[in-house]
Write a protein that binds this ligand. Structure first.
Ligand code: 6R9
Length: 652
């Protein structure tokens, strides 16, 4: 791992940096001396951050790591998470501030103030309590991006019940396995959901999923699309059951380590892992990071995170972080090109959005649609731009900064995981000179290192594995019902050192900044050289004809692995042809080095992506290795693989 490949050299040549303006720096929430301050006394630093919250009982110990890898933060402290996200803002006189500007896909809108949110959450909490839902119970939520999703999550938190949110596009089988694993007592869903301008059923899928599900006592159904749905014995309508409840509900204070939610994420085996998060440490870190990474000013900023509530980004940066910080935020229900490709920019213009947080895959899609689309809108309100979910290639980063941020707004590339709960590595706007494509540095209070196989930290310019070498407040507290898998997955690789193994490859550049290189399982080994799929993808998309690219390592009898690339070409170039493919192979060779020249490039109309926008390389590897294509159930659009295969067969 310490040997430097030509591919690493290529990334090391990125030398554009963008220092903060004096004006931004002067008003920034983050301070440059926080790094040293936190290093000097980590626990004191986190104790100070925990003061952002309201505690009914103060903690007696900041961190108890004696049961590692099971952490306890703010030991002995008691708080109510929902009270912190809602009631206390009303009590401090901000009840009339809008919490949520909700925008429905068909164009309907709802503005919800903190006072109204408090009433809605209290009603839902009373409704759930009347069903016997109590502290420690599990409630599964499968809803589209409608206000009730947020209300339902907060109602669970208020009662000390754990929510398990399942993405709206997941199949009945996926929902069922999650409901069974968590033994959910109640399921909250809707009649249907809008997707690309059309109403699609939801409740009928849930019925299919829950047929014979023994743990489920009640299903609460929100009316959204208005289509006819069969209502069975255990079903109740939200509007009939919740709306009439009392708006009075007294929140109970729970232990800092009281479980808050389970969120399932895919692992290397087929069975999804139920990642467990708890209350005090989680809320502390999501609030702190939302405050410093987005430079959020309550009552002034309009914040928009485009994630779905079904993913951890929706949990931490739509629900808990922003609401704990009294944000006013946009929540949008639909897809970015419904009814037109300028929908996001129109929403930013209308609501004067000042902080926008999205994913690289969407940024590249916007690039594909063309910069003249955002150019038609007034985006001058934007002052911070965030990215999350996968490495952002420098071209997309620059496009984002130039065409969305007017060449001014700092771009923060935030690295974190479902397991970490909150942002871990990111520039700080107003403090850090940003660098296209690099997540740069662990936040104050966080410690991360790039190490080799022997757990030794690599030097500047070296690559290896990303580890987190010190506990952090929002760290996962386990995998639901499977302590052994928790130890094995994250803590066994560097057990002697007690490092958390993130599963990502990373490297330091010559300035010591961190670059994420993708999952270590996505790092290819070609003739003994380590090349990241991300680096080849980055080289491909830097070519003017390429809109999107996905790269896999296919087994190769001579070189170990051979690089196979799948590319979507732009507009006129879309048909491909031998010449275009040859040019791209040469382009990669030029950008990274001959070793990275793809063995094969296939021009395709679409790429297989999960619903959170991650490319499913596993399926592409099946195509590249001429295997039968594996399980496609977690794809956002399961027909994509047919499209790719038939296109290739017909010789396109
Ligand atoms: C928040 C989220 C986690 C994995 C993670 C890494 C990749 C996320 C990234 C990034 C490079 C970034 N990832 N952010 N890679 N740069 N800024 O996405 O959580 O869905 O659990 O995925 O996503 O590979 O290990 P999750």
């Amino acid at each position: 791992m310490t040997e430097q490949s030509p591919a690493l050299d290529n990334l090391l040549t990125e030398n554009r940096t963008f220092p903060p303006t004096d004006e931004f720096a002067a008003q920034a929430n983050a301070k440059a001396d926080w790094y040293d301050k936190a290093d000097a006394d980590r626990e004191a630093f986190w104790a100070e951050q925990a003061e952002r919250l309201h505690w009914d009982t103060k903690w007696s110990q900041v961190l108890d790591w004696s049961g590692a890898p099971f952490a306890k933060w703010f030991v002995g402290g008691k708080l109510n998470v929902a009270y912190n996200c809602v009631d206390r803002h009303v009590e401090s006189g901000h009840g009339e501030q809008v919490a949520i500007h909700w925008v429905g896909e068909p164009g309907d809108t709802r503005d919800i103030t903190y006072a109204q949110l408090k009433d809605e959450v209290s009603k839902a909490a009373n409704a759930l309590a009347s069903l016997g839902v109590t502290s420690g119970d599990r409630v599964a939520i499968q809803l589209p991006m409608i206000p009730e999703a947020i209300v339902a999550m907060l109602a669970c938190a208020r009662l000390g019940a754990m929510h398990s949110v399942v993405f709206g596009g997941f199949s009945p089988a996926a929902l069922r396995s999650r409901v069974d694993d968590a033994e959910a007592k109640v399921v909250i869903t809707s009649d249907g959901q809008y997707r690309r301008g059309k109403a699609a059923p939801m409740k009928t899928n849930v019925d299919e999923a829950l047929d014979g599900a023994a743990s489920v006592e009640k299903v609460i159904v929100v009316r959204r699309t208005g289509e006819e749905v069969p209502m069975g014995e255990r079903d109740v309508w939200w509007h009939e059951f919740v709306d009439g409840q009392s708006t009075e509900h007294t929140p109970e204070a729970f232990d800092s380590e009281h479980p808050l939610f389970i969120l399932y994420t895919s692992g290397t085996t087929g069975k999804p892992k139920g990642i467990l998060h708890t209350s005090g440490g989680y809320l502390t870190q999501v609030a702190y990071t939302h405050h410093v990474v987005f430079d959020h000013k309550p009552g002034e900023d309009v914040y928009w995170c485009t994630a779905d509530i079904g993913w951890v980004t929706g949990h931490s940066y739509i629900v808990y972080g922003p609401l704990a910080n009294r944000a006013t935020q946009v929540v949008y229900e639909g897809t970015p090109n419904t009814p037109h490709e300028g929908r996001h920019w129109e929403i930013i213009q209308n609501h004067k959005v000042s902080i926008y947080y999205t994913a690289p895959t969407l940024i590249r899609t916007f690039m594909k649609w063309g910069e003249d689309i955002p150019a038609k809108y007034d985006l001058s309100s934007l002052r911070v731009l965030g990215s999350v979910g996968e490495p952002i290639n420098p071209e997309a980063w620059m496009w984002y900064r130039e065409h969305i941020g007017a060449g001014k707004a700092p771009v923060v590339d935030t690295w974190w995981q479902t397991e970490t709960g909150s942002i871990m590595i990111s520039p700080l706007p107003g403090v850090t000179s940003t660098k296209p494509g690099s997540a740069q540095r662990p936040l104050p209070g966080i410690s991360a290192k790039v190490v080799d196989d022997t757990a030794t930290e690599v030097g500047k310019g070296g690559g290896g594995y990303l580890v987190l070498d010190k506990p952090w407040p929002s760290m996962l507290r386990g995998i639901w019902g499977d302590d052994e898998r928790f130890r094995e997955t994250y803590w066994s690789r560097f057990a002697d050192q007690g490092f958390y193994f993130a599963g990502d490859g990373a490297k330091y550049d010559n300035d010591g900044d961190i670059w994420l290189l993708g999952r270590v399982d996505d790092v290819m080994n070609v003739s003994g050289h380590r090349i990241s799929t991300t680096e080849v993808e980055s080289a491909l998309v830097s070519h003017p004809t390429v809109a999107e690219a996905a790269v896999v390592g296919a087994s190769d009898p001579t070189t170990g692995q051979g690089i196979v690339a799948f590319v979507i070409l732009r507009g006129a170039a879309a048909e491909g042809g031998d010449e275009a493919v040859q040019e791209l192979r040469n382009h990669v060779a030029k950008e990274i080095g001959p070793i990275a020249k793809p063995r094969q490039i296939m021009v395709v109309p679409e790429l297989p992506k999960t619903r959170s926008g991650k490319i499913m390389r596993r399926l592409l590897r099946d195509v590249a290795e001429n295997r039968q294509i594996g399980d496609v159930t977690t794809l956002a659009d399961s027909s994509v693989m047919e499209l790719i295969s038939s296109g290739l067969k017909s010789g396109k």
